[in-house]
Design a protein around this ligand. Sequence first.
Ligand SMILES: [Zn+2]
Length: 294
Amino acid sequence: MSYILLQDMADWLRADGLEVIEYSGWKTRARGSSGYTSNPLCVMWHHTASNSSWDGQKDADYCTVGDTNSPLANLYINRAGIVWVCAAGATNTNGSGNSIQFSRGTVPVDGMNSRAVGIECGNNGVGERWPQSQIDAMFATSNCINRNLGNLPSDVSSHQFYAPSRKIDPATGNVEGPWVPRTLNSSGTWDRNSIIEECNNRANNSIPIPPTPTPIPPYNPDPDDEDEMAVQLRVRFEGYKNVFLYEYNTFTHLTGRSDGKYQNVPLEVWDAHPQGMKGAIAKAGLEMEDMIPE
Ligand SMILES: [Zn+2]
């Protein structure tokens, strides 16, 4: 049986602006028992429970190769928000736990290790401060991985939600930055719903805003300037689909050419003045009724 290896994870993360360290051998690292048979259904959130003196490479070493059950995580995020990519295949991150439904399928009881990307985040879990740079990297990483896997931003679970009888992570509420997690218990375990809400918020806010088209300004060429006379503009009058090619004092009507050459020209509002439009229509040899309303 061959299993899926997520060998593009480092590239995915870098493309989203994260600082990435590729742990030697990560592209072929996986746990010995069953692996991913399809894209993982979710991202699992953990804290390392390590002392802050372990931050960085020492935490990464432990998660990746330092334990008899290693690899213990696919990704490790340190206090500064740097992401170590530790393993491309399934890992021993989650252990036994409940069945959970996600957008593309249901993880069965005790089935999380071969259906999740596990993220270990450096924190002692008993009150150590969570720096904002780390929190920001955690949300960015979770959303990046889920998006590239074809999941929703909400396809996440805490370790505690999966295994409530034996796990508290991630915790505690000593979190810097604008996100304030709701906590569930005296350990300060983050409410999974609070994580999901913030994943959704950050995913929605990162949708690129399309650029505003720049209108072409009214064109008043100097008739004595041959260079200006040679300028051509494609123009459209507000409220109409028709497109014209404008050269000095001459309009040529382009919309509907049988070869379709100008069907996809950028439609830009050049001048909404009705007299200007009528003059252009006449110069193009058209009538008002030839204009196609939007
Ligand atoms: Zn955990």
